[in-house]
Design a protein around this ligand. Structure first.
Ligand code: UT7
Length: 314
């Protein structure tokens, strides 16, 4: 009998401090007009004192509430983050303690593709029967690794967290997932922290990342549809990584997905890295757009490059 990993609860959290494009234009040579036209972003949330764990805990508790299960019932926690609170221990273990769970917990680092990689990893535990209830969190305080003087990257990012609770199901859940990595593009998008005496910041060749993102994401989205013998008109929603509205709409166009079936939150959140997909998912579930039984496509790409997509029936 097939065993699927099904999402039974989602949650999210954004720190309260809002930084608008106009706010940024007071400290760097940019404008609301440039940022809106080139990226679709209008504002982002930025932490003041909150840690990656703090954001993740609230998102996780919201997801557990929706799922109607207690943290003590979890078999595994996977936290996708690029901005762990410490080199060690894993931020996932701090989150485990804070929510009152007693299961294994580990961090997974795949930058903006982190949630896709974490969800796929969790799916394997569920499919094999090694776990039945898994919490997957994407949480980022990416503002800590942004060079706020670099206008080409500073305008893009924001902080936040999203979480899902997965449960084993005999009926429905993740139908297919595909992950890819290509380490040839290391220098296109990286934090060049040598771990000894530097705290690095995001360095990015925006144009290169843009082109590769559009090509890789449309290919992998189409591969995922093909693997399920589906066409995009059978999808109810695409929930993409929220990096740039022009990347999102170019991918949607290539796979023939109308934009009114694409969940877009980047205008309010910016690029929250591993948090962006579960944040967008939670918002669209809570506002009633995404309903039980619908078919969803997740896709995302991040530094490395690493990229992936998941087709799931809610
Ligand atoms: O999760 C993955 C993370 N990264 C991404 O997804 C990034 C993907 N790339 C992008 O989103 C876009 O490449 C950017 C938004 C980063 C840049 O947009 P673009 O349309 O590729 O602009 P560009 O880099 O070609 O720059 C065009 C001009 C340049 O000026 P000149 O040389 O034409 O005079 C830049 O110096 O815009 C200038 N520029 C800015 N101007 C005002 C760059 N950043 C800014 C800014 N405000 N913030």
């Amino acid at each position: 009998m097939n065993r699927f990993a099904r999402i039974i609860g989602t949650g999210s959290y954004l720190p309260p401090k809002i930084v608008t494009n106009d706010d940024l234009s007071k400290t760097i040579d940019t404008s609301d007009e440039w940022i809106t036209t080139r990226t679709g972003i209008k504002e982002r949330r930025i932490v003041t004192n909150e840690s990656t764990c703090d954001l993740g805990v609230i998102a996780a508790n919201n997801a557990l509430d929706m799922a109607g299960i207690d943290a003590a019932g979890l078999d595994l926690i996977i936290l996708a983050t690029t901005t762990p609170d410490k080199i060690f221990p894993a931020t996932a273990t701090m989150l485990q303690k804070a929510i009152g769970a007693n299961c294994p917990a580990f961090d997974l680092q795949s930058v903006c593709a982190g949630f896709i990689f974490a969800l796929t990893t969790a799916e394997q535990y569920i499919k094999t029967g090694a776990a039945n209830k898994v919490l997957v969190v994407g949480s980022e305080t990416i503002s800590r690794i942004v060079d706020w003087q670099d206008r080409s990257s500073a305008v893009l990012f924001g902080d936040g967290a999203g979480a899902v609770v997965l449960s084993g199901s005999e009926k429905t859940g993740i139908l297919h997932s595909k992950l890819c990595s290509d380490g040839n593009y290391l220098s296109s998008l990286q934090v060049n922290n040598n771990f000894i005496n530097e705290t690095g910041f995001i360095e990015m060749s925006g144009n290169e990342v843009f082109k590769i993102a559009v090509n890789r994401l449309s290919d992998i989205a189409q591969d995922t549809l093909n693997a399920c013998q589906m066409s995009s008109d059978e999808l109810d929603w695409m929930i993409p990584h929220q990096a740039n509205i022009r990347i999102i709409s170019a991918v949607a166009k290539r796979i023939n997905m109308p934009m009114d079936k694409v969940v877009v939150t980047l205008d309010k959140h910016g690029n929250t890295s591993a948090a962006s997909i579960p944040l967008a998912l939670d918002i669209a579930i809570r506002d009633g757009r995404i309903q039980k039984g619908q078919t969803l496509l997740f896709e995302g790409i991040g530094g490395g490059f690493s990229w992936g997509s998941i087709l799931i029936r809610a």
